[in-house]
Design a protein around this ligand. Structure first.
Ligand SMILES: NC(=O)C1=CN([C@@H]2O[C@H](COP(=O)(O)OP(=O)(O)OC[C@H]3O[C@@H](n4cnc5c(N)ncnc54)[C@H](OP(=O)(O)O)[C@@H]3O)[C@@H](O)[C@H]2O)C=CC1
Ligand SMILES: O=C(CO)[C@H](O)[C@H](O)COP(=O)(O)O
Length: 478
């Protein structure tokens, strides 16, 4: 295979992927809608490898040998459609188009079908790692057919991060599957960050610790089971001081979290699939609440909190440890929910998704890379059909060991009026899963009473309806 590829879309991700490819000995033909980006890339980094700068899409495609391999790294949505359409006017049967952006997986399914009509392979590839990962080794989740993967997989594997000698790139078999798993990856990323933010908030508000002190705590946690990229950069952000004001950086940033859409899509998809990804949903809603400036301004100083100011926390070290436990246990819940959604999505779409392989490639390169992903890899290797990570002996025991601190923290947050939706909903999910009986039985009874929606019984097969407004006798239905 000749080591050659085209990259169009040279903003932070595309430019760094192009550099990564060039550094790995690939001849990289580059293009960007606005020529200035192409020129800037060549001027700053043209000596890092073999780049061929092109100005138009025709020139770009013509500079590539057949079968052409093209990576598109532009904004998701309409911009991607525009670029794909332009390229499809020039590409030919047998060429491969890789969309490395954060496309919605349903768009990828549509684009794959449209490209297939002309015999062009379309590969929706989730790429994670941000600016630095794109340059030094991202985690790559290419979907599409095995035939297409054979044409681009080895090249993508060559530029991915490597953990224990394994490239963080795996074929996620099925049209749209690569972008589906990337979407869930981002959903988990949202949940993880929300939990981290709640841990920070509780340490700050209940122990009066400064951001820098909390940064030290996170740095310490990064030495243990919580070891992960997000914990590491949390320490960095919390220790950062604003140069203009001398204040902690986190205090000069507006407290309104933004989002581009992948977390929201994850929850929308989970709703369709009926998978309770409560941790991801809470994270998306927490960002939405933070951005509801008007409602927050209306409520601030008006809605009363706890009647009496909360008692100061007596055991400072004990509380720090309890927060660590709450963070770890809630994080396991969020990942368990995300992997459940992946299994459900794969089943619904007929994709062949190996969760152990995904955990393997998420150990490096991506934003959610974490030490405990190796444990997740092991869990799905031990039992590829594992119903939920939470019942795997390792995670069952690890979460059980955190349970006391987790409950303490949720109680303390509620008592003190500190919002901790991630911790609380993760605990409610855990308790919901392990409950002998759930009050869903009452919900079923209510549905049957007001709408004759029927119910199933614990002691007999079939569906039933009670004649509530008559003699309350029960009838089998269907
Ligand atoms: N930034 C990150 O950390 C990550 C981003 N991604 C995804 O990777 C993709 C690229 O991200 P990023 O590098 O941040 O860049 P942006 O998402 O900011 O996209 C900018 C690029 O899109 C091009 N573009 C926008 N509209 C059009 C259009 N109509 N026609 C042609 N080109 C267009 C721009 O060209 P021009 O210069 O002419 O404006 C530019 O090259 C996105 O899908 C993003 O979601 C994935 C992982 C991480
Ligand atoms: O894809 C990514 C990492 O894997 C991006 O960092 C992610 O899209 C950021 O999302 P948002 O802006 O919604 O927080």
């Amino acid at each position: 295979m000749s080591q050659e590829i085209g990259v169009t879309g040279l903003a932070v991700m595309g430019a760094n992927l192009a550099r990564n490819l060039a550094r790995h000995g690939c001849r990289v033909v580059v293009h960007n809608r606005t020529r200035a980006r192409t020129d800037a890339l060549l001027a700053a980094h043209g000596d890092e490898g073999e780049f061929v700068a092109t100005g138009s899409v025709h020139e770009f495609v013509a500079a590539l040998q057949r079968p052409r391999r093209v990576v598109v790294m532009v904004q998701a949505g309409a911009p991607t459609d525009a670029v794909v359409e332009e390229l499809m006017a020039v590409l030919e049967a047998g060429d491969v188009l890789v969309d490395g952006g954060n496309a919605r997986y349903t768009d990828t399914i549509r684009r794959t079908a449209a490209c297939a009509e002309k015999g062009v392979h379309f590969v929706g590839a989730g790429i994670s790692g941000g600016e630095e990962g794109a340059l030094l080794g991202p985690s790559i989740m290419p979907g599409g057919s095995a035939e297409a993967y054979a044409l681009v997989g080895p090249l993508l594997e060559s530029i991915a991060a490597v953990v224990d000698g394994t490239p963080c790139c795996t074929h996620v078999d099925g049209d749209g599957a690569g972008h589906f798993v990337k979407m869930v990856h981002n959903g988990i990323e949202y949940a993880d960050m929300q939990l981290i933010a709640e841990a920070y908030d509780l340490l700050r508000l209940r122990l009066g610790m400064s951001p820098a002190e909390i940064g030290e705590v996170f740095a310490g946690w990064n030495e243990g089971d919580l070891d992960s990229y997000l914990i590491e950069i949390t320490a960095e952000v919390l220790r950062h001081v604003d140069a203009d004001t001398g204040r902690p950086f986190v205090d000069v940033v507006l407290d309104q979290a933004e989002q581009k859409g992948t977390g929201r899509w994850t929850v929308q998809s989970a709703l369709d699939l009926g998978v309770p990804v409560s941790g991801i949903a809470e994270a998306v809603f927490a960002r939405a609440l933070s951005g509801h400036a008007e409602q927050r301004a209306a409520a601030r100083g008006v809605l009363p909190g706890p009647a009496a100011p909360p008692e100061p926390v007596g055991d400072r070290d004990g509380f720090v440890e309890a927060v660590r436990q709450a963070l770890y246990a809630s994080k396991v819940v969020a990942y368990a929910q995300g992997f459940d959604q992946i299994a459900a999505g794969a089943q619904a779409h007929g994709w062949n998704v190996d969760r152990a392989a995904l955990a393997t490639i998420w150990r490096g390169g991506c934003i959610i890379r974490a030490r405990f992903l190796d444990r997740i890899r092991q869990a799905f290797t031990d039992d590829p059909g594992l119903t939920t990570l939470l019942v795997h002996p390792y995670f069952r025991d690890a979460v059980a060991q955190c349970q006391e601190g987790w409950r303490t923290v949720v109680v303390e947050a509620v008592r003190a009026g500190v919002p901790a939706p991630g911790f609380a909903s993760a605990l409610a999910y855990y308790d919901g899963l392990r409950a002998e009986r759930l009050p869903a039985a009452l919900v079923q009874g209510l549905r049957d009473l007001f709408g004759a929606h029927t119910y199933r019984r614990v002691d007999r097969e079939g569906s039933f309806h009670t004649l509530w407004s008559e003699d309350r006798s029960e009838r089998p239905v269907g």
